[in-house]
Design a protein around this ligand. Structure first.
Ligand code: NAD
Ligand code: UDP
Length: 341
């Protein structure tokens, strides 16, 4: 089959390109490169030995999307494109609402105009808000989000549910990711954050590479086994395979389904530091620091529904995640080469 991936040059999108191509599907990628490099697409082509139809442009531009879909017939779309920095979304909320919501509306209009009524959407565990009921199941009531980024995920889910009510021919799969980390085992593609990383694993990697002096561990007095926050870290290639399963599901089912993509295992920040040191035989400078505002103590998935309905299960271990993250970082200390871009 042939799938459209918006935001396909980004971190999760590029890894999903590899999974889909390796499974024998064709792909079309649209990305405005606002947070990614075209080198990621070249590297995916190197890894898979296959070509990608790649269009640089903005998903909020419906005319542009219509032009692409006039040229490229697709069976379904995955909508990765979006801005994702939580802190930045608090400073420039309108930009987040505009980009993340307009792009979904423009994409759905363009898809419908081409009679493609199948979409997989990149949602997030953030829609559970500050709920601390764990493990988190898909039928947990949606929470109160703590930042505009989270609300854009919450609102996009609602927009897509409403779209299906208006036209039951739509097949909508909402994927709620937990904490994606790691990289393709080749070390050719990976996470390339701009500026100082907010997320734990890229900060750990940059500290190990000597780019950051030390990791600050935000809070050691939470109500968790060792006092540090617990998250469900999932290898990005497992997440990528979840998209393959979701697309296969969306092509044969109509309706709206929501799936958690997580391992179901929670690890604390201290455990992550220890695992990274163990897997990569190095010492990571770190210190305890005050809590980070907005953090919840624990978040981990109940992934049983994805296992049951999609036949999907995460298979990579925490050691795999730490090893592959460092393999990417150590081979690409400053991310994708800027001169090729
Ligand atoms: P990313 O920033 O690496 O990838 C997003 C891509 O979308 C980038 O390549 C960017 O250039 C592109 N983009 C943004 N706005 C666009 C627009 N208007 N038109 C065209 N392209 C546009 O992020 P990622 O980590 O790969 O995340 C992919 C999706 O998954 C995002 O929607 C994100 O919110 C969601 N998500 C990510 C995480 C995570 O921890 N990484 C967790 C939950 C959900
Ligand atoms: N964290 C940390 N130091 C950092 C970055 C993150 O201690 O430099 C902690 C953070 O407080 C949280 C966990 O690591 O408890 C995961 O943070 P991340 O931002 O990666 O994911 P999220 O909190 O959005 O699930």
């Amino acid at each position: 089959m042939r799938f459209l991936l918006t935001g396909g040059a980004g971190y999760i999108g590029s890894h999903t390109c590899v999974s889909l191509l390796n499974a024998g599907h064709d792909i079309v990628v649209i990305d405005n490169l606002s947070n990614s490099s075209p080198v990621a697409i070249e590297r995916v082509e190197e890894i898979t030995g296959k070509k990608i139809a790649f269009y640089v442009g903005d998903c909020c531009d419906e005319d542009f999307l219509n032009e692409v879909l006039d040229n490229e017939q697709v069976d379904a779309a995955v909508h990765f494109a979006g801005l994702k920095a939580v802190g930045e979304s608090v400073s420039i909320p309108l930009r987040y609402y505009k980009n993340n919501i307009d792009s979904t509306i423009a994409l759905c209009n363009a898809l419908a105009a081409h009679n493609v009524k199948r979409i997989v959407f990149s949602s997030s565990a953030t829609v559970y808000g500050n709920s601390e009921i764990v493990p988190m199941r898909e039928d947990l009531p949606l929470g109160v989000c703590t930042n505009p980024y989270g609300w854009t995920k919450w609102m996009n889910e609602q927009i897509l549910r409403d779209l299906h009510v208006s036209d039951p021919e739509w097949s909508v799969v909402l994927l709620r990711y937990f904490n994606p980390v790691g990289a393709h085992e080749s070390g050719k593609i990976g996470e390339d954050p701009s500026g100082i990383p907010n997320n734990l694993m890229p900060f750990i990697c940059q500290t190990a590479a000597g780019i950051r002096k030390e990791l600050s561990i935000f809070g050691n007095d939470y109500d968790t086994p060792d006092g540090t926050c617990v998250r469900d870290y999932i290898h990005v290639m497992d997440l990528a395979d979840g998209h393959l399963k979701a697309l296969e599901y969306a092509t044969v089912h109509q309706g709206v389904e929501t799936f958690n993509l997580g391992t179901g295992e929670g690890y604390s920040v201290y455990q992550m530091v220890a695992a990274f040191e163990r897997a990569n035989h190095l010492t990571l400078p770190h210190r305890d620091a005050p809590r980070r505002p907005g953090d919840i103590a624990q978040s981990y998935a109940d992934p049983a529904k994805a296992n049951r309905i999609l036949g999907w299960k995460a298979t990579h271990t925490l050691d795999d995640m730490c090893r592959d993250a460092w393999n990417w970082q150590s081979h690409n200390p400053t991310g994708y080469p800027k001169e090729d871009a």
